[in-house]
Design a protein around this ligand. Structure first.
Ligand code: FES
Length: 192
């Protein structure tokens, strides 16, 4: 196994070649927040919470750590002011959040209690992280859950015409970051 050495938050870290920066950081106990990452699923780079600052030579830029591979000599900072301001803005876009769960924990962690972007409309609380969609597809090999609509109308829904593909694993209940899925799943038929 080939390894590379990089620096994360000032600490020298040895990682597997091809490993993501997120996995390399987590392997040594450095916590990078995520919403759309899951151990059993392919990384999708959707939520942007895992964004970190990297420095290569004289250039510093933001990358999505769940899909960015480690490189030898890479310098990574996971909690800079710039990064944390982006995370706060992402949380604001999702407020108000359910009173428990990952989104709520992130709001507390980054001290976000109100949003500059709130509208009069009832928020869905769904972050569109796609965990439920990808779990159904990649683990169950089904498409009982999917995205519908575009732009601001995009949402997660049971794919009504394929509802019979649901294998009743109920994983989408617990995997949901926002608690939104319980609401959607009320229309699930009872498990046979
Ligand atoms: S965990 Fe990387 S974009 Fe969501």
């Amino acid at each position: 196994m080939k390894t590379v050495t990089l620096t994360i938050n000032g600490r020298e870290v040895t990682a597997r070649e091809g490993q993501s920066v997120l996995d390399a950081a987590r392997a040594v106990g450095i916590d990078i927040p995520t919403l759309c990452a899951h151990d059993q699923l392919e990384p999708a780079g959707v939520c942007r919470f895992c964004m970190v600052e990297i420095t290569q030579g004289k250039k510093t830029r933001l990358v999505t750590s769940c899909v960015f591979p480690v490189e030898s000599g890479l310098v990574v900072q996971t909690e800079t002011e710039r990064v944390n301001n982006i995370r706060r803005m992402l949380i604001e876009l999702l407020l108000p959040v359910a009173p428990s769960g990952p989104l709520n924990a992130l709001a507390k962690r980054y001290g976000v209690v109100k949003s500059r972007f709130q509208t009069a409309e009832e928020p869905s609380n769904c972050s569109l992280c796609g965990l439920c969609v990808r779990y159904c597809e990649q683990i169950n090999g089904e498409h009982a859950v999917g995205f519908v609509g575009r732009g601001v109308n995009r949402k997660v829904a049971l794919t009504a015409d394929k509802g019979d593909e649901c294998v009743f694993c109920r994983k989408c209940y617990s995997i949901c970051n926002s608690g939104r899925f319980v609401e959607i799943a009320e229309v699930f038929p009872e498990q046979p």
